[in-house]
Design a protein around this ligand. Structure first.
Ligand SMILES: [Mg+2]
Length: 204
């Protein structure tokens, strides 16, 4: 779907997933796999499906352990942001409040992480909601009146599209080679910025 066929989006009706969109969470998984299990050849590019049990060829217990470690409070603090995300979000926050909906079960650690990457943004302009499961995002988005959602999980994008929300699929190795009909693919934050902050061009 080309951009020219769509109306400019209203950034006030936009929200973001966190892991895989704002947070480069799987880099921590890879580092832990190297450090704890000696899996030195593993890279993010090997993550060709969202369910890591299905594509890494590792024992279930190893994947479960690495996921649990990656998402715990200590390692959450160590996650690097996706390049460009802090800069674009800080600029966006000058115009609208920022809303983040994660499928994590708890919001506290990842909310602190969001605050830490956006030191210039007032905490009062940031909302972080943990849905606890991907399927529960839709109801929250509807309650908040969200119309556009940036997400890396293909199935969630498809479900949101079917429910009338416009998904932006943030490209990652686990969604890159799979069809995403009706979803707007975004390859990085510079491209996303062109969608979210066209105000510069219009007002300038
Ligand atoms: Mg995600």
């Amino acid at each position: 779907m080309s951009r020219s066929r769509l109306s400019p989006i209203d950034p006030g009706r936009l929200a973001f997933d966190i892991d895989g969109v704002v947070a480069d969470t799987m880099l921590v998984f890879v580092r832990l796999a190297h450090e704890k299990y000696g899996l030195s050849r593993l890279s993010k590019q090997d993550m060709l499906c969202y369910n890591l049990h299905d594509c890494l060829g590792l024992e279930k217990e190893v994947v479960d352990d690495l996921i649990a470690l990656t998402l715990d409070d200590k390692h959450t603090r160590e996650i690097p942001p996706v390049p460009g995300a802090p800069e674009v979000l800080a600029e966006l926050a000058e115009a609208v409040p920022l809303r983040f909906i994660t499928a994590r079960t708890g919001a506290d650690a990842i909310a602190e992480w969001i605050f830490s990457i956006l030191p210039t943004v007032s905490r009062s302009k940031i909302t972080v909601i943990a849905s606890g499961a991907p399927e529960l995002k839709l109801g929250i988005l509807n309650e908040l009146g969200i119309r556009y959602f940036v997400e890396d999980r293909l199935e969630t994008c498809r479900d949101l599209k079917a429910a009338g929300i416009e998904p932006f699929l943030f490209e990652q190795p686990w969604n890159r080679d799979q069809p995403a009909p009706g979803c707007i693919r975004i390859s990085d934050w510079m491209e996303l910025k062109e969608w979210l902050l066209p105000l510069d061009a219009k007002l300038g």
